[in-house]
Write a protein that binds this ligand. Sequence first.
Ligand SMILES: *Cc1c(COP(=O)(O)O)cnc(C)c1O
Ligand SMILES: [Zn+2]
Length: 430
Amino acid sequence: MKEKYLLHCPGCGRLFPDRYTLDCPGGCDALLRAVYAERRLILESLPGIFRYSGWLPIEGHLPIDAGPVSYESVGLARELGVSHLTITFSGYWPERGAGMETCSFKELEAQPTALRLREKGAGIIQVSSAGNTGRAFCQVSGLTGTPVVVVVPTPAADRLWTTVPAENVCLITIDGDYSDSIAFGREVCTLPGIVPEGGAKNVARRDGMGTVMLDGTVSSGRLPDYYFQAVGSGTGGIAAWEAAERLIADGRFGSRLPELHLSQNLPFVPMVRAHEAGRRDIVPSEDMPDPEASIARVSADVLTNRHPPWGIRGGVFDALAASGGRMYAVTNEEAQDAGRLFAEIEGIDLDPAAAVAVASLACAVDERFIDPKKHVLLNVTGGGYERAAEDLDRHRIEPFTWARAGAGLDGSLRDDILEWVSEQGVAVRA
Ligand SMILES: *Cc1c(COP(=O)(O)O)cnc(C)c1O
Ligand SMILES: [Zn+2]
């Protein structure tokens, strides 16, 4: 093939060029995958994530130097009794060279996604998150001028901040809850020139997150035996599996898929329940009874996705089935203890979700779910908020406009957004 990559549908086997395609043109319920012509991992001499652009669905790169940073742990490894522990850190930790200033691995997703969209001329991206994803997209927008439309509930708007001014964010606040903002975001995507981010269906998102597996493997010279991560959607777990398959095909890093050890935060653990029951589908009444109440009680709210890509072909269920491994349900207290331990021993504060992953590793060793002599890759998905607050500026994103829950896109709102779109000067494919 001439192209750097094509998209492949595991449902029907079709192979086709990328037009910022999120779904199989044949209508399969499956996650498309990027298939790269180059089977060897070629490291580019570019900073941050673009070191791995050989296996990202993009042609160029962005002027951003933030990427995952891996190192061999001494302190935590000794404390837990693990012989070979590689920590891959995504967040802000200048002493280790980690420069994700919004402090989570969602920046690994936002960078290639913004660039892929621009290169395909697909338009302007819309996201409906006031959490780590929303912040990461606003930051990439601030650093590159890439426009983004963000829709969030009014009270959550305070959680969106950047460390550089972000002048190209169209923030729409909704007088309602998250479901209302997601519904409104969907309406906004019916406007010409605005496209949805796509979640797990977005190959740029997954291959961006997959650079954690690439970086950890390159750093230790071999594929790990075990991969630990806290999951909400599980997209990072799918991405790790896909990246590991590419590394196996490369031939230089080992021939066995790492086992996936994925964790959630009690009491909201739908994937843990479905996994224990061996089910390809999540049954809401059994796997996430009383979701509002249990979501309100977890300490790591980025792990509370109600519609994870679990059963879809190529999703989390398949990733676990192919790789082996298991899932963990971690209490708030276990996570807080693990976060404290990590800060004390390794020297950086963690995102509550990353603390859940550390707790799951401690549990795996205690319960002998892993052989402590083998190689572990711990994906520390976020951290460094305290350091970032000391070192960096914090810019609030000012709302562009607002709407009532369920209001729909009325005429004047529509015109305002379209005018904003035309001011961005983005070339949109016909
Ligand atoms: C989003 C997020 C996760 C969960 O990632 P998924 O792979 O999408 O489930 C874990 N930790 C942090 C810090 C996150 O922002
Ligand atoms: Zn298909």
